[in-house]
Design a binder for this molecule. Structure first.
Ligand code: 5RP
Length: 262
């Protein structure tokens, strides 16, 4: 691995081998979604607790202070919307020159395995890996499920994660699921977990994050269950306690309750 790639990977994955990415890229297909109406205001209080920010170039330019020192993972796929014909019909939205201009630590792209756009999105990933690797930029593959949330089982996510790694992703983002160890075991690159839509309770999230870490994930790329929570700072601190503090779900929940009442 060349110095640039090693340096970028070290910016993303901390010295304990773990990572806490904060995705606020959802507007690229959801528009001004709940509690991301003004991205700058959502990001600001959470920034100190994230290791990296996953964001589009538009939000980066307009809402993130360039003097900020957090590494940026740039969302470089899109071209669809929640009201369009198919969320999976994505293309590459950004050039490698733009990634260099924005001084990003990594790029992120979705793949939609098992859809009509499987081939297209997997070839998007391969092309992006070719280009990004030339400049020492790691690619994070996002194993997307679109609106079909029921797809989140170990067989399907294991398939997607392995394929993404085989095509050259340096990090794979997938969902936590039952038997999550099977997903991690079959994926030869680091795995981070997304949160999906807001859950009924905070404890649910803390439980699955803890379970996923025990089963080999290196961390999270978790958005809505943080910034759509009524107490986003309390929530990110609690999750961070599991990721970097080796905390249990119970400890993290106690931390959440304490923080929210502050
Ligand atoms: C959607 C994404 C998100 O980055 C990913 O799904 C994580 O966010 P959340 O925890 O809200 O599911 O790829 O654009």
């Amino acid at each position: 691995m060349d110095w640039g790639m090693k340096n970028r990977m070290a910016q993303l994955i901390q010295s304990d081998g773990h990572a806490m990415f904060l995705p606020i890229d959802h507007g690229y297909f959801q528009g001004p979604t709940h509690r991301l109406e003004e991205p700058g205001k959502t990001i600001e209080p959470l920034m100190p607790y994230a290791d990296a920010l996953f964001v589009t170039r538009g939000v980066l330019r307009s809402c993130v202070d360039p003097a900020n020192t957090k590494p940026i993972i740039l969302r470089v796929s899109g071209g669809t919307s929640v009201i369009g014909h198919d969320l999976a019909d994505e293309g590459l939205t950004t050039s490698i020159e733009e990634c260099l201009r924005l001084n990003v630590a990594a790029v992120g792209i979705s793949v939609f395995v098992g859809t009509d756009y499987e081939r297209q999105t997997l070839l998007n990933l391969s092309k992006l890996v070719d280009e990004a690797e030339r400049y020492g930029i790691p690619v994070m593959a996002v194993t997307a499920v679109g609106k079909e949330l029921e797809k989140r089982d170990a067989r399907y996510l294991g398939l997607c994660s392995r394929i993404a790694a085989e095509l050259g992703a340096r990090v794979v983002k997938t969902y936590w699921c039952e038997n999550f160890e099977k997903v991690v075991r079959g994926c030869p690159v680091p795995v981070v977990m997304a949160g999906g839509p807001s859950t009924e309770s905070e404890r649910e999230v803390l439980d699955f994050v803890h379970d996923g870490m025990q089963k080999g994930a290196i961390g999270v790329n978790l958005g809505r269950n943080i910034w759509q929570n009524d107490h986003p700072v309390a929530m990110i601190k609690a999750i961070r306690h599991i990721i970097h503090g080796n905390g249990t779900a119970q400890e993290a929940h106690e931390m959440f309750l304490e923080e929210k009442n502050r």
